[in-house]
Design a protein around this ligand. Structure first.
Ligand code: COA
Length: 262
């Protein structure tokens, strides 16, 4: 048995936090303890200014996360179930507020809460054997960690409903074609490919990256006119940053920018 303190592993190196859900004997299923540990981990990392981005993956060679823990869920009352859904959803909110990019390295099954966790990340890299699904209806339930909302935003209503109503899994190629993942790691591991993707972001202006995520994520839940207004407001904010001065000056001086994140 994995000790609860080892349920979520973290390793920070070179500005990148690698977070691993470590319950491979249960295919990294999300019980309450894992959810709490994940929340604690990302709250800690958010306070660490040396962290410029994160990769989230699952331990073992089989699963990213095979869902919320069915054994633990089976006994929940309706009130407890609602609270459990909120705890899972709060993780997604934490990711939204993390202020730095989080890439999911989906190394196997990403089912139910696992698919939802991957979708809450900003970007997703899949291994060729990754499988995605929202199989909750097979258990007589519905997705509760944001799946009914994030999946249609990513793949469109028809495909989301197909996944949510049939409970069938899709493979990595289909996930790529549907826009559920950004890349398939064909030559290397999903974590290595995720790191490459992250590095392509980390040399950009940190404030610009944070505000770009905020504009996209927040704007998606607004009517278009309000979202455009919001974008214009953030565009104004970025002109008060040193990074913006540095980025434009560096271009004009034909040299690489040296961003400070201010
Ligand atoms: N909750 C709790 N335990 C889970 C789990 C979950 N979501 N998914 C897998 N496990 C456990 C299994 O119970 C098993 O534990 P055991 O060895 O103590 O019996 C262990 O993880 C390995 O899983 P197993 O089913 O034996 O592996 P498999 O390769 O035969 O099948 C899956 C893999 C992913 C197809 C299968 O585990 C599965 O369907 N899991 C549930 C997926 C799901 O419905 N998720 C949504 C939950 S809302």
């Amino acid at each position: 048995m994995t000790e609860s303190s080892d349920l979520v592993l973290r390793h920070v190196e070179d500005g990148i936090a690698r977070v691993t859900i470590n319950r491979p004997d249960k295919l990294n299923a999300l019980n309450r303890e894992v959810i709490r540990r994940l929340a604690d981990t990302f709250e800690d990392l958010a306070r660490d200014e040396s962290v410029r981005g994160a990769i989230l993956t699952g331990a073992g060679d089989k699963a990213f996360v095979a869902g919320a823990d069915i054994r633990e869920m089976a006994d929940l009352s309706p009130e407890q179930a609602r609270a459990f859904a909120r705890e899972g959803q709060a993780l997604g909110r934490l990711f939204d507020e993390f202020g730095r990019p989080i890439v999911a390295a989906v190394n196997g099954f990403a089912l139910g809460g696992g698919c939802e966790l991957a979708m809450a990340c900003h970007l997703r890299v899949a291994s060729p054997k990754a499988r995605f699904g929202q199989p909750e209806v097979q258990l007589g339930l519905i997705p509760g960690f944001g799946g009914t909302q994030r999946l249609p935003r990513l793949v469109g209503e028809a495909r989301a409903l197909e996944m949510v109503l049939t409970g069938q899994m899709i493979d990595a190629e289909t996930a790529l074609a549907w826009g559920l993942v950004n890349r398939i790691a064909r030559e290397r591991t999903a974590v290595e490919e995720a790191e490459d993707l992250l590095r392509a972001i980390l040399d950009k202006g940190p404030v610009a990256v944070r505000l770009a995520v905020e504009a996209v994520r927040t704007g998606l839940s607004m009517p278009l006119d309000d979202a455009l207004e919001y974008e214009a407001a953030l565009f104004g904010v970025i002109f008060s940053t040193e990074d913006m001065r540095e980025g434009t000056t560096a271009f004009l001086e034909k040299r690489p920018p040296r961003f400070t994140g201010r």
